[in-house]
Design a protein around this ligand. Sequence first.
Ligand SMILES: *[C@@H]1O[C@H](CO)[C@@H](O)[C@H](O)[C@H]1NC(C)=O
Ligand SMILES: *[C@@H]1O[C@H](CO)[C@@H](O)[C@H](O)[C@H]1NC(C)=O
Ligand SMILES: *[C@@H]1O[C@H](CO)[C@@H](O)[C@H](O)[C@H]1NC(C)=O
Ligand SMILES: *[C@@H]1O[C@H](CO)[C@@H](O)[C@H](O)[C@H]1NC(C)=O
Ligand SMILES: *[C@@H]1O[C@H](CO)[C@@H](O)[C@H](O)[C@H]1NC(C)=O
Length: 355
Amino acid sequence: MSLVFRTLLFGFVTLLAVVLIIDDIAEVEKETPKAAARVDPTALTRLSKGLNHPSSSYNNTAGLPPNNWTFNKTLSNLIRKNILRFLDPERDISILKGTLKPGAIIHYVFDPHSTTNVSENLYRLLPTASPMKNQHHRRCAIVGNSGILLNSSCGPDIDSHDFVIRCNLAPVEDYSLDVGRRTNLVTMNPSVVQRAFQDLVSDEWRDRFLQRLQSLSGSVLWIPAFMAKGGEERVEWALRLILSHTVDVRTAVPSLRLLHAVRGYWLTNNVHIKRPTTGLLMYTMATRFCEEIHLYGFWPFRHDPQGRPVKYHYYDALKYEYTSSSSPHTMPLEFRTLSALHRQGALRLHTGTCG
Ligand SMILES: *[C@@H]1O[C@H](CO)[C@@H](O)[C@H](O)[C@H]1NC(C)=O
Ligand SMILES: *[C@@H]1O[C@H](CO)[C@@H](O)[C@H](O)[C@H]1NC(C)=O
Ligand SMILES: *[C@@H]1O[C@H](CO)[C@@H](O)[C@H](O)[C@H]1NC(C)=O
Ligand SMILES: *[C@@H]1O[C@H](CO)[C@@H](O)[C@H](O)[C@H]1NC(C)=O
Ligand SMILES: *[C@@H]1O[C@H](CO)[C@@H](O)[C@H](O)[C@H]1NC(C)=O
């Protein structure tokens, strides 16, 4: 090895080490709001304005998203570019088969001291290529689960999009006039199996769950299996049903870095989100695949702008919990963030009725 080459190599390795250390420090600093406030926001400079009034109520004087919305393609492209500096949604949307083996030990994202093993079934259902590879859509809808959708007549509007994302296996059949039916990607937190399908205690519940899975024909089923401990069994039941009944879904399991990357992106834009909701995760990822993004059913308030009560979910009796200190989500903050982006034309937030 020539001296010059060795010197160069040494220089490179040193530089790499320094970069990694700085990166590590930045990661730690991002955890504290004070440090994050110092980070130079790259885009969305106006975003943080007006976001810091803690208020869980919402009314007309707070400035409802105006109806004269126009899409700002320049801004939308800028956001996509900035998000790509933190994560590549095409890659981070799912762990791929080639990257681990059955039995591999995984540390949970939120409970890093707890581990689980990659089961044989999970391994079998991991995709070999990203389920969103080379997908680009002009108009996408992300459907949140707020009761604001009830009586909205937004079903046909939602279904008119090129790609429709839904959250937490929310039912569509009995609500299609208001929420539509089309589903290209749907998320499933392990807790849904318990909450909406009684942990499959009887054949009846098992059949109901199976039917819901079968109705997804061809969609991507996105299962955050490694976020929090406690859901392994429920994930396993779902996977077993999918395999034994050859259910036509394309399963995806988010990468272990996705959540930190999404949080990092919002933190550098001065939005201090501890644990992003599925809705915000989906918006952040959809910027990669979609030009125009329309959000429906995002409304974390107990009343609509006219003061009428709004159910937490359009389909069940779950109560609002986000205001309690135990809730990990900061939905009103997320909503204000999305409202600001709506006003700037980066996305469109639909909160009223359609048609
Ligand atoms: C509307 O919201 C603002 C800010 O949260 C609050 O100051 C105001 O009192 C509210 N108005 C009504 C009529 O509730
Ligand atoms: C939309 O309406 C709001 C008030 O209703 C107004 O302040 C704003 O300038 C309008 N924006 C456009 C692009 O027309
Ligand atoms: C669109 O967004 C860009 C970047 O934020 C901004 O410079 C431009 O003025 C916006 N265009 C309109 C029409 O609002
Ligand atoms: C995980 O795998 C290790 C090593 O293969 C094994 O010893 C352990 O029992 C497994 N744990 C579970 C929960 O299956
Ligand atoms: C929807 O409309 C029906 C019929 O008008 C009414 O009975 C029901 O209370 C409405 N639901 C909501 C959540 O507004």
